[in-house]
Write a protein that binds this ligand. Structure first.
Ligand SMILES: O=P(O)(O)OC[C@H]1O[C@](O)(CO)[C@@H](O)[C@@H]1O
Length: 445
């Protein structure tokens, strides 16, 4: 198997190669602090060795639970938000048929999501859908107290309980949460649900290689062993190549771009299946680096779709952006463009070529146009879209994020800023214990 590669040559019109190389000793020392767990936020570094520490028993247990849910349910609802949702969705969407939910001759249950928003219509429509369907729940919350998934879980659990016996309901719920703390842990223990533990030292956005990601991914019928193997190989390669690794290069180059006025990074894909990899990446980098009034703003686009909406801005708007392109070498499927006698659409010059050829030329043409327009470009080359390379990619981004956050000079493993909206929401909802905040916030209205 190959490794994914990084190409930063198209940044050197904007920053100096020498300067990027100058980060090497700093990167080496940050990698050392990650491996030795001595840097800032070191009580949340359990993810660093997750790939190499997952054992066969754990994988087999997850596979058995997934098999049981798959045999019972036509729809499995994954309830969670943020890091308790995005990793699973990123991998499942990247590796599933684009029209998965419409396939009728299926052997895998349809995976749908809840608790990642508080939309009442979304909730009502989901409850309507599930009423007459055989479904199961995987509820995921590290804290066990996050409002969005707790609310969705209460409603979905009620529906399950109204359809099935207490014992059958129990068989259809799996909870993934803290070993001891939180409302979800208390409930799961009381009801006797099958549970998995999110280790104390693994934060939500770094948890895709724990049962948080692995169980839903296995439920979707994806080979979690290949996914883990990809991450393991990336863990080994990064440790071995250290400051010369793809992760080290990515961390260095994006910080050098940031120091040169490029405060927004746009993650670009040309495969719509990667949309949720970008959503996962946005949380990873946004929550890790956006603090102390610092940090690159992580944005994302799906090309060529968004070339017809965002392309103008990227080409000619404020020059504070750079792009990181997820470039997939080889499409998994082949579609040949047919010849047409009349050629009224003028497409015969493409006859006999693959659709992927057009996509690749759109990618290359865009890269050159954007660089010419003043947008530095980083390319991450992924040999093909499969579980192994997605495993490599996600671990690559995680370790690069740890290094990058340390270069930036922040703690990449906390997220204190997320509490502000929660506190306001609780005050406005008059949650017990928030009486003072309620008074204060009402005075502002
Ligand atoms: O797993 P939990 O505790 O429900 O948290 C979900 C998400 O919410 C956050 O804690 C932010 O509120 C994220 O960091 C996390 O990924």
């Amino acid at each position: 198997m190959e490794n994914l590669k990084i190409n930063i040559s198209k940044t050197f019109d904007f920053i100096s190669e020498e300067k990027v190389n100058g980060y090497k000793s700093e990167v080496a020392s940050h990698l050392k602090s990650l491996y030795e767990k001595t840097g800032r936020g070191n009580d949340y570094l359990g993810w660093v060795n997750l790939p190499s520490s997952i054992d066969d028993t754990e994988l087999a247990d997850i596979e058995a639970t997934a098999a049981s849910l798959r045999s019972k349910a036509d729809i499995v609802v994954v309830v969670g938000i943020g890091g308790s949702y995005l990793g699973a969705r990123a991998v499942i969407d990247a590796l599933s048929n684009s029209f998965d939910h419409l396939l009728t001759d299926r052997k895998d249950p349809v995976v749908v999501y809840a608790g990642q928003n508080i939309g009442e219509d979304y909730t009502a429509e989901l409850l309507d859908l599930l009423k007459d369907k055989s479904f199961a729940l995987v509820v995921i919350s590290k804290s066990g107290t996050t409002t969005e998934p707790a609310l969705a879980f209460r409603l979905l659990k009620d529906l399950l309980e109204s359809k099935y016996s207490a014992n059958e309901t129990k068989e259809r719920i799996v909870a993934i949460t803290d070993a001891k703390k939180g409302a979800l842990r208390t409930l799961a223990n009381q009801k006797g649900y099958k549970t998995y533990v999110i280790p104390d030292d693994v934060g939500g956005r770094y948890s895709v290689l724990t049962p948080v990601g692995l169980l839903p991914i296995a439920v979707a019928g994806i080979d979690i062993r290949a996914f883990v193997k990809g991450a393991q190989d990336m863990e080994k390669t990064t440790a071995h190549e250290a400051e010369n690794s793809a992760a080290a290069t990515y961390a260095a180059v994006r910080n050098e771009l940031y120091r040169n006025g490029k405060g927004t990074e746009i993650l670009v894909n040309y495969q719509p299946k990667l949309h949720f990899v970008a959503e996962w990446w946005k949380q990873l980098y946004g929550e890790s680096e956006g603090k102390e009034h610092k940090g690159i703003f992580p944005a994302a686009v799906d090309f060529s779709t968004d070339l017809h909406s965002m392309g103008q801005y990227i080409q000619e708007g404020v020059r504070n952006i750079f792009e990181t392109v997820l470039s997939v070498n080889k499409a998994n499927r082949e579609v040949i463009i047919p010849r047409d006698e009349a050629d009224l659409d003028g497409l015969n010059y493409l006859a006999g070529k693959r659709v992927d050829k057009v996509n690749k030329m759109a990618e290359l043409g865009t890269l050159l146009a954007h660089v010419d327009g003043g947008v530095p470009n980083i390319q991450i080359e992924i040999p093909e879209l499969n579980a192994y390379y997605i495993g490599q990619l996600l671990y690559f981004f995680e370790i690069a994020c740890g290094i990058s956050g340390y270069i930036l000079g922040v703690n990449p493993f906390d997220q204190p800023g997320v509490e502000a909206y929660k506190s306001n929401m609780f005050a406005l909802l008059e949650k017990p214990g928030f009486e003072e905040e309620t008074k204060a916030i009402k005075a502002k209205l």
